[in-house]
Each structure stands twice: as C-alpha cells, then as structure tokens.
Design a protein around this ligand. Sequence first.
Ligand code: 6PG
Length: 256
Amino acid sequence: MTDRQEARTVVVESTAEEATQLVAKLFESIICEAAAARGACHLALAGGTTPHRLYQYLAAKGASGRVPWDGAWVFFGDERDVPHDHVESNYGMTQRTLLDHVPIPPSRIHPMPADADDLAAAAAAYERTIRTFVPAGPDGVPQFDLILLGMGGDGHVASLFPSIEPAAEEGKLVQACFVPVLGRHRMTFTFTLINAARNVILLVTGSDKADAVAGVLGDDEAAKRRLPGAAVVPKDGKLFMVLDAPAASRAGLKSS
Ligand code: 6PG
C-alpha cells in the first residue's frame, strides 16, 4: 500500500525482510542517481538494530560492483557515548555489517566522536566537517543525498528524543545532548540538517513501534508534537517511510 502526501511516501510491506529489501533498492537507486548527477553521494547512516539486515544485504549486493560505492561519503545521523570499537557503537555496527565490505575510501567515512570529553566541542567540529564536505542546498544548509533513520517506540529518530528541547537546536546541524530516559549522552543530527536532505528513508519494523507509527501518521497534532518522528518533514526533499505490517498495524494501513 502506498500513501502519497506531498513529498511523503508511505509503503507497508508484509515482513521486515521485504521492507528491508525495498529500502536496499531505494538506497542503491539514490546512490546511482547522485553519482550520475553529481559525481558523489553523501549518506548519513542510522544505528540501532533495524538497519543491521539492510547493511548486510547492501554489503552482499555491493560485491556485484553495480553500485558506485566509491563515490559515497558516509556520515552518521547519531552516535552513542562509547568508543567506536564498543559493542554499542553505531559506527562499529555499520563497519562490521557494511563499511568493511564495500569499496568506500576510508577518507570519506566520518564516524561521530560521541565519546569525546568535550561533547559540545566535538559536535561543533563534526558540524564543520559536514559543512566542509557536504554541498549546501538552496538555503545554505548541507544537503545529504540520503539520510537513513530508524524510529524508537517513543517516536525518537536519530538521538532526537521526546525530551530534547527543539529550541536547543538554534540553527545547529549537529548537537550533543543528555538523554534522561537513557541516562546517557548522545550526539545527533538536528531536524534542521535532517529536513534539508534530498531523501530521507525512515525504516520502521516491529509491533513495538506501532503506536509511534500511528501517532506520526495520524492527525492528532498534540500527539505528533510529542513524537520526534513526526517532525521529519524534508523542506524540498522526499520522505520514504517504509514499514512492515506489524509496525503499521495501528495506523490503519494494509501491506502491499
Ligand atoms: C540509535 C539509533 C536510534 C534507532 C532507534 C530504533 O542510536 O539507537 O540511531 O535512533 O534508530 O532507537 O532502534 P532499533 O532499530 O534498535 O529499534
């Protein structure tokens, strides 16, 4: 089932595997289009567990040589406050599942330093790196070709949790934050940077996300203000929300 509202496409697949395979196809077509049109593709990858299978799938197909990974620049939408070799590191997970298996020059892979002592300074430095390597869009904000996001059961995306004050952004593209519900620090893209992207893919699977998905897709504005996922509204780009049936089960959507 596909629901098109303005630049938002919602697709429901029966299973997580089918949703993952659809996202892999979207991923590859966006990389090929960017490489053909602009000679490079600027990507921001997601952490968590949902993308594991996607990255493994892309790595397996990457061996085919059909996707111009050598033109890719890789950044991270958020990171935990751990070293990159820590089991919880988003960078470490993407390195094991994807980055070690596709021909992206190491100089074009930019892990987020979320375990730095001065997290605010590290976030500002990461923002400068993005501004250096990611071309700006029409409003002067660096414009990623593709930002991949997951979503938590509370509707958080990247490390933008319901407790994070949007005002804290103040035009920032990357921010350090303390997440009370986790009792941990994080580094994350802000909505300003996310919504400047050409393409945002929100891959959400599992029945534990069903309430958040229903809220994001619903029309209760008060509920949506409590769901960061509802604030992913690309200004000029496209949003692909790819769900499996369990995640879509309370949003009144049927799988294709
Ligand atoms: C992280 C992710 C986070 C994730 C959601 C969903 O650092 O954990 O960036 O935003 O996408 O928490 O996580 P799962 O995919 O594990 O459900």
